[in-house]
Structure formats: C-alpha cells, structure tokens
Design a protein around this ligand. Structure first.
Ligand code: HSE
Length: 416
C-alpha cells in the first residue's frame, strides 16, 4: 500500500480525490500497488465527505509521518506551497504538483533537491492541464532537437479572442462573458496580461533545453491592447490573432522566448484551436511538427494528469531512475527580445484618408506591404513588415509622428 497526502482541497484537490476513488482498481493495477490517501491538508472544514476523517490543518501531520512517501501539492500560489514542497523533498517524500507558479519560479531548485535525495518532483498538470506535454517533451520527443515550441496556453484568453474573431465582440464584452461563464479567474489579470501563459512557456522551455528560464526574464504581452480593428486586419492578411507562448533555440545557443498576441495563418495547425481549448506545437528536427490539443484546465482533466504522476511516483519508489531534471538559469541565456528580428503587423492612425496615410507610412517604411480590412475607416491604415526588431521599430516612431501618424499597435506575425 502506498500512502499519500494531498495538500489543498480546492477544485483540483477534490478532483484528485474523485479520480483516485472512482478508478481505484485500474489505478492500483497500473501503479502495481494500492494507493491510499492518508491525509488531506486544508484550512477549511469538509464534514460531509466520505473521507472527512483524513483532513488536517497541520502540515506537520504530513511532514512527520514516515508512512507518507508521496505528497500532492494542489494549493496553488508560491507560498506556503514552496516551503511545504521543499520540506517534503528534504524529508524523503516525492512531490507531485499542478502549481505552474511554483514550477516556473522554483523548478530548478526543487528538481535539484529531488535529484539529490533520489526523489521525484513531477508536474505534468502544470502546463496543459489534461494535455500530456511534460512527458512527451522530456521523454517521447527527447531524441529530437526541438527547434521551436509554440502554444496557445491560456484557455481564458483564447475564449476571449475566439469571441472577438467569430462574433466581432469587443475585448471588454468578451472578458465579461468569460467571467460570467466562470472561465476567467476571479482576478483575470494573470490570464489577460499573459502571466499565466508566460509561466507555462517558461516551464516548457526549461524542460526542452535543460536550462531554467524564469518568467521575470521573458517578454510578456497580453491581449488587452487587441482591438476589433486588429482582428479585421488579421483576417485581411489571411489569419487570426492568438495569444502565443513561444520559445526557439537560436544558433548562438541562446533562446528567443516571448508571450504575445500573434497573427497566425489560417493554414496553421493552431489556427482552429478555439474557445477554452489549448494547443501546443512542438517542432522537432526529426519529427517535424507535432501538435497536442485538448482541455488545458478544469477539475478532472487537471486531476487526471496529477494522478498519472502519482502512479509514476509509486512505480518509481523502489527505483533510482528519476524522471525530470533541468539546471539553473545561465546568464545571457535569453536573447534580448528587443534585438530579435520578427515579421510584424503595424497599425497607424492619422487625420488623412487611408490611402494618404499609407503613402506617408511608406516614406518611413519603404518595404511596407499594405493590408486593407473589411470596413476599413478613414484615418487608419495597416501594413506588414519583414525582419524588424523592436528597437528598429521604436526608432521609426519620431519620423512617423513628424508625418502626423500615430503608432496604434504592432503585432508579431508567427512563422508556424
Ligand atoms: N486561467 C487558466 C486558463 C487556468 O485559462 O488557462 C489554467 O492555467
């Protein structure tokens, strides 16, 4: 019998109990041992549950119980999750977590601690919820050089953008609907400002290339600046706008990593990943593009990934082969975002008609390729540019302004 503890009985924690209790026999078969939840840590009372006798408010009841060899952390947030997980790993307990903030901030440290103590620290549920992505990257695709990983990693923002594209809703209305339907977080800023997606792409980058990338070192844009006009120009270009987390391995050994809304072609495999779904494309030099698609959040999808990690931990209790590892961050490992050339869409406004505005813009950007959207209004124009850095674009703002043009938005054009 493998005794485990679950820290946190919120949406994911209660889902873990539900999955473990409803699939007891098949899970035991796969783990080759029965799994029993001995303790559940939560400050709240749950008197009516069949397992209410397992609850404790005291972390010491878990830490100091030598029978508990595996601990599931599904509390979320950095503290006290980090202190508890660290203490577990220091005291001979493997840890499974769904906590993307914890892994993105402390992954290198916790993995090193787990390795030192011959324990597992597993986090399949931290990036794609129910979509398997951590194991595919660390094991199944490990023979490839993964040249690029790009994903729609946040369901809430994908729902908002889908409403803006399909139903021409304004950003604020689409966000209000997401909140009404319970998709957005209570404070949705982590979603719409790209912070949630940033944590997830940092975890994937760290895993794929073996060096920790901290969210604080990554350029992150959200979707709050995207307007119906931008959506219309993306349509005229032949694509849609999606919030993408992207990492590429560069020839100089560094990584280019960013979270930003991007124009993606209708031909792209990510273009039809809509509503609250997630999609992750892994470009391998041997496999070509491999795409993972499914529900990136939610109680049971996330819980199923957590329980799969628990099964692996049970199987590995008697083995020395631990599953995941990456080393801590290296200086200058992340290429400065402002210096990386990208294709861009640019939207400008002014007092003249659209044709005159584009002529003026072309004086500054002779290589600009004009886009004309349906319902284009006078006083605006949009165009694309190839291979421009953010610094080069910034340098062009004064000459644009001298011609009466205001830079309204610029959006990266994806290459997948
Ligand atoms: N708010 C997140 C999302 C939850 O929408 O994807 C999962 O990280």
């Amino acid at each position: 019998m493998a005794e485990i503890a679950v820290m946190g009985h919120g949406v994911v924690g209660s889902g873990v109990l539900e999955v473990l209790l409803s699939h007891t026999d098949s899970i035991s078969k796969r783990a080759k041992e029965e799994i029993h939840v001995k303790r559940i840590l939560d400050l709240r009372e749950f008197p009516d549950l069949p397992y209410s006798g397992c609850f404790t408010k005291d972390f010491g009841d878990i830490l100091n119980d030598p029978e508990i060899r595996i601990v599931v952390e599904v509390m979320g947030g950095l503290e006290p999750a980090f202190s508890y997980v660290k203490a577990c790993l220091e005291n001979g307990k493997s840890v499974v977590t769904s906590n993307k903030e914890l892994v993105a901030q402390k992954g290198a440290e916790l993995l090193a601690l787990a390795q030192k103590n011959n324990l597992n620290f597993l986090f399949e549920a931290s990036v794609g919820g129910g979509i398997p992505i951590i194991r595919p990257i660390s094991q199944c695709l490990a023979a490839n050089e993964m040249t690029e990983i790009a994903g729609i990693l946040n369901g809430t923002t994908n729902f908002i953008l889908t409403k803006m594209i399909r139903e021409h809703m304004a950003f604020g209305d689409a966000l209000a609907l997401a909140q009404k339907l319970g998709y957005a977080e209570r404070d949705p800023s982590a979603d719409v400002e790209g912070i949630d997606a940033c944590r997830k792409i940092c975890i994937l980058a760290s895993l794929a290339y073996g060096t920790h990338v901290y969210p604080s070192g990554v350029h992150t844009e959200g979707i709050t600046s995207i307007t119906k006009e931008d959506v219309g120009y993306a349509d005229a270009w032949g694509g849609v706008i999606k919030l993408i987390g992207e990492v590429k391995k560069l020839e100089n050994g560094r990584v280019h990593i960013q979270v930003a809304p991007m124009f993606i072609s209708r031909e792209s495999q990510l273009a039809n990943v809509d509503d609250v779904f997630n999609g992750i494309l892994v470009r391998g030099d041997a496999t070509g593009d491999v795409v993972f698609y499914g529900k990136g959040a939610g109680k049971l999808p996330t819980a199923s990934a957590v329980v799969a990690d628990v099964i692996d931990c049970v199987r590995h209790l008697r083995s020395d082969r631990k599953i995941l590892f990456w080393e801590d961050a290296k200086p200058d490992y992340v290429q400065p975002w402002e210096d990386t050339p990208q294709d861009l869409f640019v939207r400008v406004s002014g007092k003249e008609d659209s044709d005159s505005l584009f002529d003026l813009a072309q004086q500054v950007f002779p290589e600009a390729v004009r886009l004309i959207r349906r319902d284009e209004e006078q006083g605006e124009t949009g165009f694309t540019l190839s291979d421009v850095t953010e610094n080069q674009l910034k340098a062009k703002i004064p000459p644009l302004e001298e011609r009466g043009l205001k830079l309204e938005n610029r959006i990266t054009i994806a290459d997948f």
